[in-house]
Design a protein around this ligand. Structure first.
Ligand code: XIL
Length: 357
């Protein structure tokens, strides 16, 4: 009887320590020797107790998914609305988590007022630059105690590899400037506002050979001119079919020739072969995910993090775009993240955390 009792309590002890370890071993802990692990959050993620516990256990860098974008903090000229951005900044301050600033200048989620006069006509380049400077100065100053880096310019390179146009031509910036001068100005204004924050150019489809070369050429030119740029953000909106590990590795290596800091800024791996912002699915309702696709996703993430670990000397942080499949910007059918519809770790989470090398 005594022996059974002993065996039972030993088993219990073992189980308890296993559970404790399993709980302790999380993304940020597993990757401590490699890079920080970040997450883009919405306001629910940081106010709901279950969700914020998942955030705090697993991540040591935070990005605001939307609330620090130009349109949200500065909807009308000279009228700032800091309420929601402050909530994310305060969450970081209270919990000692560093904040990636996203984003200062983007052609989307920016008030039309930035580009137009009261009659709806485009303003001059000088007026645009002046407005950019005011905006950048206000936002950067407000969060300079907690923001360690800024995506200064987001998605300014043409995404169409078959087009000869180098820069994106569908934007207010292009309509007014017809060149890349505004990009350089944005970086200068950001450095002026905070000499200590690392400044990034951020873009998607960055592993596409044509687009990658364009990003490379632009940053190289900026560096040669003395424009204050510290890093390149690889958004990393991938899917189970690509890009290949060879291309991801090559992209990191190429960018590392130019800049000291590379951040993976918006990682997700969708279950379909779509790219960019298209093909979004509903964010509520029942969906059945294909087991084979989930297996492919697990293999893809496994390989991808191998490449990331191999490149740890270039990568400072790998940030996931959203916390869980429950609130991915791509919708439920894409289920692109490591946590499921109930904010619980998927099998792929364990694969990414329990790596062998
Ligand atoms: C997305 C958000 O996740 C959505 O909620 C919003 O409706 C649109 O923007 N590239 C970026 C991010 O740099 O800011 C985008 O975030 C996703 C694509």
């Amino acid at each position: 009887m005594k022996r059974i009792y002993l065996i039972l309590s030993a088993a219990l002890l073992f189980a308890a320590s296993y559970v404790a370890n399993a709980q302790m071993y999380t993304l940020k802990d597993a990757y401590k020797p490699y890079f920080s692990v970040g997450v883009a959050v919405n306001l629910r993620n940081i106010s709901d107790p279950q969700q914020s516990a998942v955030v705090l256990r697993n991540f040591n860098s935070i990005t605001a998914e939307n609330v620090m974008k130009p349109q949200l903090v500065h909807p009308y000229q000279g009228e700032f609305d800091w309420e929601d951005a402050d909530k994310v900044a305060d969450f970081c301050r209270q919990n000692g988590i560093k904040l990636r600033g996203h984003c200062l200048m983007w052609h989307k989620q920016i008030g039309e007022w930035m580009f137009k006069d009261e009659n709806g006509n485009y303003v001059s380049k000088e007026i645009l630059f002046d407005r950019m400077r005011t905006h950048i100065n206000a936002v950067v100053n407000r969060y300079k105690d907690i923001v360690y880096c800024w995506d200064v310019v987001n998605e300014a390179i043409n995404d169409d590899s078959t087009s000869p146009d180098f820069y994106r031509t569908t934007s207010g910036f292009w309509e007014i400037c017809h060149d890349g001068e505004w990009i350089e100005k944005a970086f200068q204004y950001a450095r002026e506002a905070d000499p200590n924050a690392l400044l990034f150019y951020n873009d998607f489809n960055e592993c596409d050979p044509v687009k990658r070369q364009r990003i490379y050429d632009m940053v190289k030119k900026m560096k040669a001119k003395g424009v204050p740029i510290d890093g390149i953000g690889m958004q990393a909106h991938y899917n189970i079919f690509g890009p290949s590990m060879k291309e991801v590795d090559k992209t990191i290596k190429m960018f590392s020739e130019l800049v000291e800091h590379i951040h993976v800024t918006e990682l997700d791996v969708r279950l379909t072969n779509s790219t960019g912002g298209n093909q979004r699915y509903a964010q509520t309702g029942e969906v059945t995910l294909n087991e084979e696709d989930l297996k492919k996703q697990e293999e893809y993430y496994d390989e991808l993090f191998k490449v990331f670990r191999k490149n740890k000397k270039y990568l400072d942080v790998v940030t996931f775009w959203n916390l869980a499949d429950a609130d991915s910007w791509l919708g439920r059918q894409n289920a692109p993240l490591l946590f499921d519809f109930n904010f619980r770790p998927k099998p792929v989470y364990r694969t990414v955390v329990n790596f062998k090398d």
